[in-house]
Design a protein around this ligand. Structure first.
Ligand code: MF3
Ligand code: CO
Ligand code: CO
Length: 282
C-alpha cells in the first residue's frame, strides 16, 4: 500500500485505528482466504510463458478466485480496474493487466488478494519468463531473500523497525535499494489497515509486535535507485531510473514463539523458486 507520510498522523483526522489483535478464530478465517490466494498464485505459475498477455493472467485470476466462492479484492478497490496486479520489469507495483505480451527475459510480479467470508489474504511473487538476465536474477533473488529475512524477525516483543532494518541491511549490501513509497500493511476485515510495515528502518524502533497481529511483508527491491514514480493511469508505479524491480509478499500472523505464514505454499513455485542455492544457507 502507499505510504501515509502525513507528519504525526495521529494529530489529524481521519485518526488511524490502533493495530487490531485478531482472535484465533479470526486468524483461521484469514488463513482460509490467504490459502485461496496462495493456491491461485501457484496455478498462475503454471500458465506463465513467453507469448501470454497480462490480461490472460487477469482473466485466470478472476475466474479462479470466483470459482472458490471468493472475490478478487483489487477489483474496484479505490477504482483499480482489474482483479490482480501484474508488474513487469521496471514496474514496482500496481501494474494493470492489459494486452502487453510477456517476452523471454521479462520478470513479472503477480499480486493476488482474495476476499472470502469477510476476510482478505494477500500474497505475491516475482516470476521468470523464459531465461533471466544476470540482473533480473539478482534483483529477484534479493527480493525473495529480503522477504525471508523480514519474516524471520517476527516474534512477540520484536519491533516493526526490526523487520525494515533486516531487509534494508541485506538489500543494500547486495547493491540494491528498498522502495520507500509503498509498505506492507495490517490485513483482516479490511484489505489495508494499521500498521504500516516499512521495508527500511531502524532496529528497536516502531510498534512492538504482539501475538494476534496480522500484517503483510512485501518488500519492493530495485536494482538502481529507490525512487518511484506513478504513471498517468494513477496506478502503475515504476522505478524513476527504469531499472528492474522485484517483489514478494506474504500475509503473516505474529505468534508467541515467532510467526505463522498464512499464505505459505506447500510446493516450490514454478518459474520462480528455481534457484534454491542462489544465496546458500549459512
Ligand atoms: N495487493 C497490493 C498490496 O499488496 C495492493 C493492490 S491495491 C490495488 O497491498 F488496488 F492495486 F489492487
Ligand atoms: Co498484495
Ligand atoms: Co499487500
Amino acid at each position: 500500500m502507499r505510504l501515509d507520510d502525513t507528519p504525526t498522523p495521529h494529530l489529524f483526522p481521519p485518526y488511524p485505528m490502533a493495530i487490531e489483535i485478531k482472535s484465533p478464530r479470526e486468524i483461521e478465517a484469514i488463513r482460509v482466504s490467504s490459502q485461496m490466494a496462495a493456491e491461485t498464485l501457484c496455478l498462475v505459475a503454471e500458465m506463465l510463458r513467453p507469448g501470454i498477455t497480462t490480461e490472460e493472467i487477469n482473466t485466470f485470476v478472476h475466474q479462479d478466485t470466483v470459482r472458490r466462492g471468493a472475490i478478487p479484492s483489487p477489483l474496484n478497490y479505490h477504482g483499480f480496474p482489474k482483479s490482480v496486479c501484474t508488474s513487469v520489469n521496471e514496474v514496482v507495483c500496481h501494474g494493470i493487466p492489459c494486452d502487453r505480451i510477456l517476452k523471454d527475459g521479462d520478470i513479472i510480479n503477480v499480486d493476488i488478494t482474495s476476499f472470502y467470508n469477510g476476510f482478505h489474504g494477500d500474497t505475491s511473487a516475482t516470476f521468470y519468463i523464459g531465461e533471466p538476465s544476470a540482473e533480473a536474477k539478482h534483483v529477484t533473488e534479493v527480493a525473495r531473500k529480503s522477504l525471508e529475512l523480514g519474516i524471520a524477525e517476527v516474534k512477540e516483543g520484536a519491533r516493526l523497525g526490526d523487520i525494515g532494518a533486516a531487509i534494508q541491511q541485506f538489500a543494500e549490501a547486495q547493491q540494491c535499494s528498498v522502495v520507500r513509497q509503498f509498505v506492507g500493511h495490517g490485513i483482516g476485515r479490511k484489505f489495508h489497515e494499521p500498521p504500516q510495515v516499512a521495508h527500511y528502518g531502524t532496529r528497536g524502533k516502531g510498534d512492538r509486535l504482539r501475538p494476534g497481529m496480522v500484517f503483510t511483508i512485501e518488500p519492493m527491491i530495485n536494482l538502481g535507485g529507490w525512487e518511484v514514480e506513478v504513471l498517468d493511469d494513477d496506478w502503475t508505479a515504476v522505478t524513476r531510473d527504469r531499472k528492474l524491480s522485484a517483489q514478494f509478499e506474504h500475509t503473516i500472523a505474529v505468534t508467541k514463539s515467532g510467526f505463522d505464514i498464512l499464505t505459505k505454499r506447500f510446493a516450490p513455485l514454478k518459474h520462480s523458486e528455481i534457484y534454491p542455492n542462489f544465496f546458500p544457507a549459512s
